[in-house]
Design a protein around this ligand. Sequence first.
Ligand SMILES: [Zn+2]
Length: 376
Amino acid sequence: MTTKFSFTLKATDGKARLGVIDTPRGQIRTPAFMPVGTAATVKAMMPESVAATGADILLGNTYHLMLRPTAERIDRLGGLHKFMNWQKPILTDSGGFQVMSLSGLRKLTEEGVTFKSHVDGSKHHLSPERSMEIQRLLGSDIVMCFDECPALPADRDRIAESMRLSMRWAERSREAFGDRPGHALFGIQQGGLEQDLREESAEALKVIGFEGYAIGGLAVGEGQEAMFDCLDYAPDMLPVDKPRYLMGVGKPDDIVGAVKRGVDMMDCVLPSRSGRTGQVFTRHGVLNIKNARHQDDPRPLDEQCGCPACRNYSRAYLHHVFRSHEIISSMLLTWHNLHYFQDLMQGMRDAIAEGRFDAWEATFHAQRAEGDIAPL
Ligand SMILES: [Zn+2]
C-alpha cells in the first residue's frame, strides 16, 4: 500500500474524467460520491454497511466534531477513523461553511471567526490555523482549507472581497498544514458566478499549490442552470492532474451534470437525509414511500437494485415501517439511497472507461422521464 497521496487520471470522455486517488488508507475511485458522516456517523448506517454500498470515502464535519465530542477528545481516543470504526479515507470540511451559516451568532475578522455553539451557546474561535489543527487531531486524510462562502445572490463587491479573504486564508491554511506525507490539503475556489473572479481565485490557489482543488460557493441557492453555467468553465481553470471536488452537490441530475463538466468528487447529505424522510431515489426518479399507493405493492423499490432493502423487502413493508416510525425504515431507506448514489457513480465510471458517457447520460435522463414504474 502506498504511503503517499496521489491522483491518476485514467481516461476522459468529453470533459468527464475517470481516475483514482491513492492514499495510505486505500483507493478512491473517481468520479466519487462521499456520504456525509456529520457527527462521526452516517445516520442510520453501520460503517460496514456504508462500505457495502460502494463508498470509498466519507465526509466528516469539523464544526460539529469540534463542538461535540471535541477534536482533542477524538485525538486522545485514537483519531476519527478508530473512534467511528471507519478505516477507509475521510475528508473533513474546514468548519467555515457551517460557521458562516450561523448568521447573527458570529463575528468575522481578517484573523478568523468567533461564534457561539448551537449546542450550548459557548463561545468558540475558528481560523485557518485552528481549522488545520482540528483536522489534524481528527486524523483526516483530505483536509479542506478554511474559507468564507457568501450565500447567493450576493453583490459582486461582496463576492470579490470574500473570495480574496479566502485566498489569504488558503495561504495561511497551507502554511499551518505543514508537511504531512500521505495527507492532502485541498484549496477551494470561490468567486460566486463571476467568471473573472473564479479565474483570479484559481490562479491564486495554483500559485500556493495544493494536492487537490475544490469548487466552493455553489449549490447555495443559485439553481441548477446557474450552477451548470459556472461549471462550464470553473473546473477547466483547475489543474488537470489534480482531483476536483464540487462541495455539497447534490441531486442525482446535479451529480451527472457536474461529472459531465469535469468534476471528480462530490458530497451531499441528500441520500441519507431523504432516507429518513421517506424520499427514495430510483432510476425512475424520486418516490415517496409514505404515499398510500405503496401499501399493497409487493414489488421492491427498484427491481434492478441489489441493496438489502430491494432484495428482501416490498414497497408495502417499507411503507408500513415508515408509517409506523420504525427505526428499520430509516436504516433500509438510507441504505437503498446510498446504494443508488454509488451505483450511479459506478455507472458513470464504466461509461467513461468505455467512451460512452453521452449514451449513458441519455439513458439516465430517459429513465427518469418515464417516471416511476406504473402502479399496480
Ligand atoms: Zn435498493
